[in-house]
Design a protein around this ligand. Sequence first.
Ligand code: CUA
Length: 196
Amino acid sequence: MADTHHDLLQRPLPDGAVPAEEVARTEKRWLTLMVAMLSVMMAVVVATGMTNAIHPPSNVETIDPTTLHLSGEFAESNLGTAQESDGSLTARLIADQYAFVPDCVMLAVYTPVKFRLTSTDVVHGFLLPATNVNTMVVPGFVSEVRTRFTRPGIYRMPCNEFCGPGHHGMWARVKVVPKEQFQAMAPMERSSCVQR
Ligand code: CUA
């Protein structure tokens, strides 16, 4: 039989082909579903960010990595936990290949805590599982993270940024003790829990 349709676009669809209107309708449904899924995921990100205080690190503070050990807040005698006049705690640590100094930090439960870290060599990571603490430690910058522990115990803090062949062995601990126990300690004991 000769083809009587000279305009190819007007030719009837072969058997089994889906009409254009149905394709358009199906595409619209998938698009709606995808937008709905994206909205739900975005809402989850915003809600957890607000309720768990999870946010990208925003502290831009520079420091000279070649001289930080000589004086100032990252000199050896200032590392570890310090108590501020308002009762909050500040823990200062240095990250270098392949250790955190000090490698055990003593803190009190239900107390505002500020971690201040910097690196002397390459980029390291600082993560406390099950808390909002997760930051990169970049040479030349001071990373600052604030948190508050609600459970006493020992928290392991692994370096979570690949920093060289010894990366897997780079980790430290945070020991969170009841407030009364913390206050009863001598200043030396309070500053860190490194075995001496
Ligand atoms: Cu330090 Cu990985």
